[in-house]
Design a binder for this molecule. Structure first.
Ligand code: FES
Length: 145
């Protein structure tokens, strides 16, 4: 298990705290540059994606389009960082920031805060909505028991 504050969680099972806030979720054993993985975070209906950009930067976003909630995809071959693309109405978002770069979406994609452990495993550790990090203090640190 993983110790978060004083709580031991079973990785990949518990990803909400009792108050509903996001808790750490392991999303991949390893993510190489150019790879992406989708997962639900923090709940079953909260679709998300982690992307290792070609330069090694790790980013995470909700994949629920801010226009009409279609699923957003990562197009690796569009520009140096690829782009996030919504096929419903051709919405486009910057892979590095989540900002809208084209089409009708009114807002950036909400960010999912990602972390990497020494063993290379990749974790979702919190969410950012409207610029407000909902990441709790205890979730900033991932450590083994
Ligand atoms: Fe994504 Fe319309 S739902 S662009």
């Amino acid at each position: 298990g993983l110790v978060v504050g004083s709580t031991v969680v079973s990785a990949g099972v518990l990803h909400r705290h009792g108050d509903g806030a996001a808790a750490p979720l392991k999303v991949a054993d390893r993510l190489e540059p150019g790879d992406a993985v989708t997962f639900d975070y923090p709940g079953e209906d909260d679709r998300a994606m982690a992307i290792r950009l070609p330069d090694g930067t790790l980013v995470g976003y909700s994949t629920v389009c801010t226009h009409l909630a279609c699923g957003v995809l990562w197009r690796r071959d569009h520009g140096a960082d690829g782009d996030l693309y919504c096929p419903c109405h051709e919405g486009q978002f910057d892979s590095r920031t989540g900002e809208v770069t084209g089409g009708p979406p009114p807002r950036p994609l909400p960010r999912v805060v990602m972390a990497e452990r020494a063993d290379g495993s990749v974790w979702a550790v919190g969410t950012v909505r409207s610029g407000e990090e909902t990441l709790t203090g205890v979730c900033r640190t991932l450590r083994d028991p």
